[in-house]
Design a protein around this ligand. Structure first.
Ligand code: HEC
Length: 590
């Protein structure tokens, strides 16, 4: 009897305390009941309200996108919707209208119940690959690749035929096809599980220290319509909300730079190597985040409607080359995800310092509400690395040739992505993305375009072996980023190195064979251009510049000449390097 009563009392207590943290304060003005249409109308009015007196950060739409589909999709709780809406200037009535309108979308579209604290939109396969450390996840990534790329992971590639087979298998992963026969599930780069964890849609410090980061999809500074464009901007958003076609999406997307702007914030006083660049990147970061949020929202909508076509093919948005509603450009729309990583790099590059992120954000002139949205104990270098790692990878899955993201030469060879993956000891992710880059750029017509005026022409693709930073600084021989006092487990390093040796070695061989082949088959003009990139003449002496000297230490290390079992293979690798040199008119005797 007593026991039951205690239990009941306890249950009531628990129920009370639960409801206390799940309900809004009791002191609020009562909320009037609303019909679905009323809730929708009031919620949209709130969503677009950019009156800074009421909403000091700007309108909800200035950071989240045209409407609140995102909040419906990620499963934001009623408590969080009411809390955040009020923080951002909504009245109790408006907040309740928004919560109701979000519920209505969920019911209408039967959206699955997600937990926004764990749901990572677009994470390939739904979850990051297993492994406690990046090193373990990297090994698991290669284990996943082995059956998909049997030639690159197999025995020594020793003929053009084998090189073409390796290329076909890579191309299948790039295109999501199965011409080579190893990709029966038609995996592509955006469905291939990776060891890189995708960001939460909304990382909110109020949910705990680990969410105290800018590494999420939502803009941190609003881009609202400038007064002269307000009517036009809202008309574009209305057109999109009325009919969420890809065309209406892109028209709205394309208008962001012209029709919206951030409000000037505080003065940027950052130091470091290039303060002007860093200060300038703050606006870029906001722009790319808002546009990534817009792309993300549109992906959520089209995925729900099971409508394919928004992201299609390896260069996901290259179909815009044939669309009449968007201006032609060498560079693709939709490179924003990559550019989040790159503008974060520029903005947070203050001598790569390990100081406080909040202090750097203050020096960048970012308002208090942004500074206070990040952890007080996180460092700027940790934040920079987080943002680079995730967004470069996401960007890569949308444009694996790197050719049409921006005019920057560093971007074209993925310089900073290489750096981030190496720092993380994700050497196999690194090798994979670099080999994919060479094949995508070398063979996909859509990765090779030029515009003059409004006319866009396809240039003939031609394979060029430019591994760039991947082979710089002695990198073909593995070195780990580890703490001397707390080194990485030797067994794991050996396992990773074994995979590296097979995959990277065959990547080099594949590329050398393909390079000779592309020189043999290119027309005269293309061949001349290739040669310009493969050799250099100074003071009458012509030498190679395709990386032979950087690559040779790889073979020296992994097929050591003193190892009695491999001398033939080692010799064959050197002969292959000599053959490529001969093909470009450079004599060498490795
Ligand atoms: C200045 C940009 C900005 C504005 C303006 C803004 N938000 Fe947000 N919102 C964010 C960011 C960024 C996050 C992610 C959490 C964080 O960084 O604090 C977020 C998170 C949220 C969340 C939490 C989602 C979850 O489940 O984790 C809700 C709800 C939300 N916002 C609603 C609103 C509403 C409603 C408005 C307008 C009244 C609004 N926001 C205005 C940027 C903004």
């Amino acid at each position: 009897m007593t026991a039951t009563r205690t239990l009941t009392a306890l249950t009531v207590l628990i129920a009370l305390s639960l409801s206390a943290c799940n309900s809004t304060p009791i002191t609020e003005a009562p909320v009037n009941p609303m019909t679905p249409l009323e809730a929708q109308t009031q919620a949209m009015k709130l969503w677009r309200d950019d009156d800074r007196a009421q909403h000091p950060k700007g309108s909800c739409s200035g950071c989240h996108g045209a409407d609140f589909y995102d909040l419906a999709r990620i499963g934001s709780t009623q408590v969080d919707i009411l809390r955040r809406a009020k923080i951002d200037g909504a009245t109790a009535q408006e907040a309740a209208a928004l919560a109701q309108a979000i519920q209505q979308i969920r019911a209408r579209d039967s959206l699955p119940l997600e937990n926004p604290r764990t749901f990572r939109p677009f994470q390939p396969g739904g979850a990051v690959l297993a492994g406690l450390t990046p090193l373990e996840r990297d090994i698991n990534f290669a284990r996943e690749l082995e059956p998909l790329l049997p030639t690159l992971f197999g025995t020594r590639i020793d003929s053009l035929e084998a090189a073409k087979k390796a290329r076909a298998e890579l191309m299948d992963l790039i295109k999501g096809e199965n011409a080579g026969g190893a990709n029966s599930s038609r995996m592509n780069l955006r469905s291939l599980p990776t060891g890189i964890q995708y960001p939460l849609w909304s990382a909110d410090l109020a949910q705990g220290e680990s969410e105290g980061t800018l590494n999420d999809w939502l803009a941190d500074i609003a881009l609202d319509a400038t007064p002269e464009f307000k009517t036009q901007w809202h008309a574009l958003q209305d057109a999109y909300l009325g009919n969420s076609s890809d065309e209406n999406f892109w028209k709205m997307y394309a208008a962001v730079p012209q029709m919206t702007a951030t409000k000037p914030f505080e003065r940027c006083t950052i130091g470091g190597i290039n303060p002007n660049l860093a200060c300038g990147a703050v606006d870029d970061f906001a722009l790319h985040k808002l546009r990534s949020a817009m792309i993300g929202q549109h992906l959520m909508r089209t995925q729900h409607a099971a409508r394919a076509g928004f992201a299609q093919g390896p260069l996901a948005f290259s179909y815009l080359d044939n669309a009449s509603y968007i201006a032609k450009s060498d560079f693709l729309s939709g490179g924003d995800m990559w550019e989040i990583g790159d503008s974060a790099r520029t903005m947070m590059d203050e001598n790569q310092n390990a100081g406080s992120l909040r202090v750097t954000l203050e020096r960048l002139g970012l308002p208090k509400f942004v500074r206070e949205s990040v952890s007080a104990i996180t460092s700027v270098s940790a934040e920079q690395q987080r943002l680079r790692l995730t967004w470069f990878w996401i960007g890569f899955t949308f444009e694996p040739s790197f050719a049409r993201i921006s005019g920057s030469n560093s971007t074209k060879v993925g310089e900073y992505m290489v750096g981030s993956l190496i720092d993380e000891n994700m050497h196999l992710h690194n090798a994979f993305s670099q080999n994919v880059r060479l094949i995508a750029k070398g063979y996909l017509p859509e990765a090779n375009v030029k515009t003059s005026g409004s006319k866009l022409t396809l240039e003939t693709p031609a394979f060029l072996m430019n591994y760039g930073y991947f082979i710089g600084y002695g990198r073909p021989v593995l070195h780990w980023n580890e703490d001397r006092k707390n080194p990485l487990p030797v067994a794991l390093k050996l396992e990773q190195e074994g995979l590296w040796q097979r995959f990277v070695g065959n990547g080099f061989r594949m590329s050398m064979y393909l390079q000779m082949d592309s020189l043999d088959t290119a027309d005269a003009a293309t061949k001349a251009k290739l040669l310009e990139n493969l050799r250099v003449t100074t003071a009458g002496v012509t030498t190679q510049k395709w990386g032979a000297d950087a690559i040779k230490p790889f073979f020296d290390t992994y097929e050591p000449k003193y190892d009695s079992y491999t001398p033939l293979e080692y010799r064959a690798d050197l002969d292959l390097m000599n053959a490529l040199n001969a093909k470009i008119g450079v004599s060498s005797s490795y």
